[in-house]
Design a protein around this ligand. Sequence first.
Ligand code: ZN
Length: 260
Amino acid sequence: MIRVRRPTRVPSRLATDGVATSALDRRAFANGNRAFVFNATIYGHPSVKRVLVRAQHGKCCFCESKVTHVASGHVEHFRPKGGVRQDETDSLARPGYFWLAYEWSNLLFACEICNSRHKRNLFPLLNPKKRARTPSHELRLEKPLFLDPSSEDPEAHIAFREEYPYAVRGSRRGEATWRALGLDREDLAEVRRDHLRRVKVLVKLRDGSGQREHRDEASALLDEMTRPSAPWSSMVRAALGLPARAPTSVRTQHARQRRE
Ligand SMILES: [Zn+2]
């Protein structure tokens, strides 16, 4: 999991239809409605998704797999919109954060497995009594256990030993996040293991006594594999003993994308 730089400009579909629909939902809530039907053609509109996909280099915000090669992926709500659970065994508390259904700052791009099979309606808080239940509650009073890759650096909390994640310095939030998302699931560990094998071969080539040209090529490939655009870059950086990549501004990121 790495830092995600969501562009600050709100996509127009959210700024128009999203704002209008959210206003209707808030009014309905004030009138006693607690069941909402959300309009996926607004938050999941291609123009919204496209911006997220580009900002996240086509990767899932949680598992760092390249989603767009094999699936269309999901626009995921960091705070669940329809109902929320503090932990797996809780019954679903409705409504969820319905007023954030069309909120740009609440949207990320995720793979189907992380989103639908693991995260779902889970959104644990350090103190569940502080949970915002209405639009007038201040979200800043909540202390989510899950890491929000769009507002903080997950690599300060989750690192890798070989292909498996662990919580940095026992971070409770790191632990809660990787466990809930199943970031150690075997099918994911398997592809990361294969990737790591290639990394290790390249390190031998780079540090060996072979031709200069081959050593340079291995070095360049390893550098590419540590970039935010590369799959499982956090694991690769950990394998190479590199620190987490310093966050870059959106402008720098786009300039880099143009060069690549
Ligand atoms: Zn994923």
